[in-house]
Design a protein around this ligand. Structure first.
Ligand SMILES: [Zn+2]
Ligand SMILES: [Zn+2]
Length: 201
């Protein structure tokens, strides 16, 4: 059997950090308003060819990568996140759940299949009183359409390693296979505006 060549260069954690200081690839224009931290990290990890464990080490060095951390404002150091992702503080603040979610058991990841097809997940979908996607009016799902499994809404190495996919069976949440992230936002302006208005509420 032929050996497959690794798609990632083998680097130590501090070398990942160093490679990012030379410039990371995440253009804020790729983001849609209200994009969740998990969605942002998926784009960042893909754009920088960063394995989940390396990214976990960069954002929360004291937390074990498999265990992870809740995408809640008080639980992730904003300063560190800003240094790594190089995104404005307000974008990062909006991307995380508020302090009311601090210390709670991990929620289920809730998603709209059409948004997932566009490489987008909104922080709004994790709020209990939201049951539909504002842009597509689709009911938000919790379960994988293939295995019925529930993906935890948490930032850990295995979630980061499976962008817009089920943590159990790795099937795509979107309709069909998500083409690797395009730098052009596929979300229509009308849909972006609908999400922006909902966020203001
Ligand atoms: Zn949607
Ligand atoms: Zn599944």
């Amino acid at each position: 059997m032929a050996l497959k060549r690794s798609i990632f260069p083998i680097l130590e954690f501090d070398e990942w950090e160093l490679s990012l200081t030379r410039g990371s690839a995440l253009d804020p224009k790729w983001l849609v308003p209200g994009e969740s931290l998990v969605s942002i990290l998926w784009k960042f990890a893909s754009a920088n060819v960063l394995p989940g464990e390396a990214l976990m080490h960069l954002i929360s060095p004291r937390v074990g990568p498999p265990e992870g951390v809740a995408p809640v404002n008080i639980e992730i150091a904003l300063r560190r996140l800003r240094q790594i992702l190089r995104l404005p503080t307000d974008v990062l603040r909006v991307s995380m759940l508020g302090e009311a979610f601090h210390g709670r058991a991990p929620q289920a990841f809730r998603y709209c299949r059409l948004c997932a097809s566009h490489g987008y997940h909104s922080v709004l979908y994790q709020l209990e009183d939201e049951d539909r996607c504002t842009a597509h009016q689709q009911l938000l799902r919790r379960q994988c359409p293939y295995c019925g499994g529930v993906t935890p809404y948490i930032v850990n190495a295995s979630v980061i390693a499976a962008p817009f996919r089920c943590a159990s069976c790795h099937s795509h949440f979107s309709y069909g296979q998500l083409p690797l992230f395009s730098t052009i936002s596929a979300m229509r302006r009308r849909d972006r505006d609908a999400i922006r208005r909902r966020l203001l509420l």
